[in-house]
Ligand binder design. Structure first.
Ligand SMILES: Nc1ncnc2c1ncn2[C@@H]1O[C@H](COP(=O)(O)OP(=O)(O)O)[C@@H](O)[C@H]1O
Ligand SMILES: [Mg+2]
Length: 278
């Protein structure tokens, strides 16, 4: 049944047509022109994030994941394909997503608090309440007392937490996180995962999350798109079956272990293919 037929059927049945997804990226392809050669990076990628869904992209390093985020954020134009948000075509337009880039990208001349409040400031929404809210979050992630510091005085992990808060407190509905915990040591990473899981289960923001950490993807996501090596295409789509709220104990569940093994096999295979090609 086509989307239109489904909508009509829902309307005839007396229900409302389903709300359009927060994000629909359809048929995205992209090549970069190098001096003498063309590097095909994305090949016909289609994915969807429903309202309030937590969706992950899991793929080998160098496959094209960050490039897809740049396209969704309107920083890079695709050669083919469209980006729709809430049903509207926003291909090539900026400002529609809250984005945490792979490197924290904090402004060095702004304090941590002012960095965290940046997106709200752009939208003219920083009042006393917003500042108090930002301070509350800063202390929740262990940055209490560092509000007036400048980024260079903080460790990499602390900068990453500040960048994450900036994305979390941005007003846009869809939050795109590009490997947000990659610079953290294992313990902090596990704390941050736990913390993100709690926040998400409470707030149900629409999230698109890039990672190459399999356990992280299984723990957090409702759905996982497994990317091939470059040029990236969608190899598998996994609906993660574990009920919410989730607890760390699920990593010991036989189904979790089975999925982890399967995903790890696919990723290894793609990594080897890419090494063979380079
Ligand atoms: N602006 C660009 N110009 C040329 N090549 C690029 C550009 N951006 C990314 N690439 C190349 O595209 C490939 C995929 O990069 P990226 O999307 O960062 O992968 P991932 O995030 O999956 O590690 C890499 O080989 C990278 O060098
Ligand atoms: Mg990347």
């Amino acid at each position: 049944m086509s989307t239109l037929e489904k909508t009509t059927a829902a309307a005839k049945a007396g229900g409302h047509p389903p709300a359009p997804p927060a994000l629909e990226a359809s048929g995205i392809s992209k090549a970069f022109q190098e001096k003498r050669s063309r590097l095909q990076v994305l090949d016909d990628v289609t994915l969807t994030v429903g309202k309030g869904e937590f969706v992950s992209i899991l793929g080998p390093s160098g496959s094209g994941k960050s490039t897809l985020f740049h396209i969704i954020g309107g920083l890079v134009k695709p050669d083919a394909g469209t980006v729709r948000m809430n049903g509207a075509d926003v291909t090539g337009q900026q400002g529609h997503i809250s984005y945490m880039p792979q490197s924290p990208a904090l402004f060095p001349w702004r304090t941590i608090e002012d960095n965290v409040l940046l997106s709200q400031e752009v939208q003219g929404k920083v009042d006393k309440e917003a500042r108090e809210n930002a301070r509350m979050w800063l202390s929740k992630v262990g940055l209490g007392g560092f509000e007036k510091n400048h980024p260079h005085t903080l460790s990499g992990g602390m900068q990453q937490r500040a960048a994450f808060l900036r994305a979390l407190l941005s007003p846009q509905e869809l939050m795109c996180l590009d490997e947000p915990f990659s610079a953290l040591d294992a313990l902090t990473r596990s704390d941050m995962q736990r913390w993100l899981l709690d926040i998400w289960e409470e707030s149900r923001r629409s999230v698109l999350f890039i990672t190459h950490n399999i356990e992280e993807a299984l723990l957090l996501s409702s759905r996982i798109y497994v990317f091939s090596g470059r040029p990236a295409s969608v190899l598998h789509v996994i609906d993660v079956p574990f009920p919410r709220p989730r607890r760390e104990e699920i990593i010991e569940h036989p189904d979790f272990i089975k999925l982890r093994r399967e995903l790890s096999g696919w990723l290894r295979e793609e990594q080897l293919k890419m090494q063979g090609a380079n």
